[in-house]
Ligand binder design. Structure first.
Ligand SMILES: [Zn+2]
Length: 518
């Protein structure tokens, strides 16, 4: 595969302007009138008392002040309840056909209620903040309720949790999402737009083991950490084996991916870093588990195998907590536990066959970069993508194509803007959005298609994963609204007190979520 020299195509692929979520922050303010309305109601009531205050009726004035204070408190309580309970509404599922109209229905952000305490707890044994970023692949939000998960529950009880889950980026696939968590960038900007895709200029194919830096844009956390003069150690994470800037995947601190390494060994290796001399302890560590994604694909989201896999992940968290406690540093170390996406059960009656579109347009297999759940099509030159889209949608909406109404096809620039999925020439010109649980196949076959899948619209609740932050800068027992995983990069740089690279996260998010320095 590719050479180490950066190809000229990189410049055309490289997304220079990085839109941040500052606009989203403005949405915060857009949302805030609801709060302001509640407050202004009280302000108005107090201002209406102004003329009275000019009189010398002091007892009445004091009563009015008391009433105002009480009503302000009640209004604040209502505002809190309102905002802390409204996030689930943003997760309502959307049909593929209505996805167009939901372009403005961005799944985030909701205002973040203030913590009950504001200051971070001081370190007691370590001399610097340490962050362990854990990914449990395909840990769908809600899996934690399938079975007792006492160790995850302990992190939640003593930490900060996204109450209705962590929102993945679109497409809700493993590589795009892990690299969005690591870079704070949407896939169109970090370049890993799918688990498999083509470089439109060279024709080279990206595959999940590819470590040529030309594919991996942006600045991942391990690079940022080293750039700031700190140490990083990675126990698996997509992109960690790629040499970027000062990060050269150092021996013993950058494990080469091997799915057969027992989970226990991974946890023990991370724990062993804390036995190093204090100035050699990595400041940032990744820890990755393939489960329960592995089981989810095989048996769907609702099988007892998932329950066992979740229980095993919980035991690994327990092993980590125990090891940190033995070293007397559990409360000093920051643990951020996430998943990359959720999972939904798929079965063979929920299929759409591209060959069924033949009366409208022939879509040969070699036009299709990926079939499902992300349908990505690149017609050869000579075909008009907009013509292909029109004919496909004509067939799909005709009522004559089996399950056709559960797929809608778009020119990528016409996708809902909330998906942030157009600003890269690695994204093929035609993208299909599927209804939850449906799959696209080229042609009919006798293969059974029961299992689980992900990669769908990130607005589907089933695609959500978990976010738990535990450590000195996370308030204990705090719930925050769901948010997109591009915010995590800024959380980590804020905790480590280092300068991060430009990204799609909002500048204020970390300040809103984390406790300020003690
Ligand atoms: Zn995954």
């Amino acid at each position: 595969m590719g050479s180490d020299s950066l190809p000229s195509t990189l410049t055309s692929t490289k997304p220079t302007p990085i839109p941040t979520n500052e606009l989203d922050e403005e949405h915060d303010h857009d949302d805030s009138p609801s709060t302001a309305a509640l407050l202004s109601f009280n302000t108005d009531s107090s201002s209406s008392s102004e003329p009275l205050s000019t009189s010398n009726n002091k007892p009445l004035f004091i009563v009015l002040i008391l009433v105002t204070c009480i009503s302000l408190s009640v209004a604040s309580a209502f505002a809190y309840l309102f905002f802390s309970s409204r996030s689930p509404s943003s997760s309502s599922t959307t049909t593929a056909s209505s996805a167009t109209s939901s372009a403005s229905a961005s799944p985030s952000p909701s205002p973040i209620p203030l913590p009950s305490v504001s200051h971070a707890r001081p370190l007691t044994k370590l001399n610097r903040p340490k962050v362990i970023l854990i990914s449990s692949d395909g840990f769908r939000f809600g899996y934690q309720f399938k079975t007792p998960t006492p160790n995850i529950a302990r992190l939640i009880a003593n930490g900060t949790e996204a109450e209705t889950g962590l929102i993945p980026v679109f497409p809700s696939l493993t590589f795009p999402n892990h690299y969005s968590i690591a870079t704070g960038l949407y896939p169109a900007y970090h370049g890993i737009v799918n688990n498999h895709f083509l470089d439109p200029h060279s024709g080279d194919a990206f595959y999940m083991g590819a470590i040529d830096p030309k594919w991996w844009l942006g600045e991942p956390l391990w690079e940022t950490v080293v750039k700031n003069g700190l140490n990083a150690a990675t126990y698996f994470w997509p992109g960690t084996q790629v040499h970027k800037g000062p990060w050269n995947c150092p021996l013993n601190f950058c494990r080469h991916y091997n799915s057969s390494v027992p989970f226990e060994d991974r946890v023990d290796a991370v724990l062993s870093y804390f036995d190093l001399p204090s100035d050699e302890i990595p400041d940032f560590m990744t820890l990755y588990f393939e489960d329960p994604d592995h089981q989810g694909h095989k048996v769907g989201a609702d099988d007892p195998q998932i329950t066992e896999a979740v229980s095993r992940i919980d035991r690994m968290i327990g092993r980590l907590i125990f090891g940190l406690e033995q070293r007397g540093i559990f409360d000093d170390v920051t643990i951020i536990m996430v998943g990359d996406h959720g999972m939904v059960t798929t079965c063979d009656k929920k299929l759409i066959f591209l060959d069924d579109l033949a009366p409208w347009i022939n879509i040969p297999d070699n036009w299709v970069i990926s079939h499902t759940p992300l349908l990505a099509i690149m017609p050869p030159s000579g075909y008009s993508p907009s013509d292909v889209v029109a004919k496909m949608n004509q067939g799909l909406s005709s009522g004559k194509v089996e399950n056709g109404r559960y797929l809608k096809v778009y020119l990528k620039e016409d996708l809902p803007s909330r998906l942030h999925y157009s600003a890269s020439d690695r994204i093929p010109p035609i993208i299909g959005l599927l209804e939850e649980g449906f799959k696209v196949k080229q042609k009919r076959s006798k293969n059974k298609e029961c299992g689980g899948s992900h990669g769908y619209d990130n607005e589907f609740f089933s695609m959500r994963s978990i976010f738990i932050g535990h450590g000195p800068q996370f308030a204990r027992g705090r719930k925050i609204p769901s948010f997109e995983n591009v915010q995590i990069y800024n959380l980590v740089t804020f905790i480590l007190n280092i300068k991060g690279a430009p990204n799609n996260g909002s500048a204020s998010f970390a300040k809103d979520v984390l406790l300020s320095a003690a």
